[in-house]
Design a protein. Structure first.
Length: 54
């Protein structure tokens, strides 16, 4: 494959890096709503104890 040749022989393609990016600009923030209660307000441990206590 033919590699591109620089304009000047001593110029490297990565001699000039882009400006650094701030960490705050790298992380995306998304507003979320609270997750629903998986137990739906019940005391599941007490229900389990009553069902299986025999």
């Amino acid at each position: 494959m033919d590699e591109p040749t620089p304009a000047r022989p001593d110029e490297h393609p990565f001699a000039h890096l882009p400006e650094p990016i701030r960490l705050e600009d790298m992380v995306e923030s998304v507003a979320v709503s609270p997750a629903p209660d998986p137990e739906m307000g019940r005391d599941t441990e007490t229900e389990f104890l009553l069902r299986n206590s025999g």
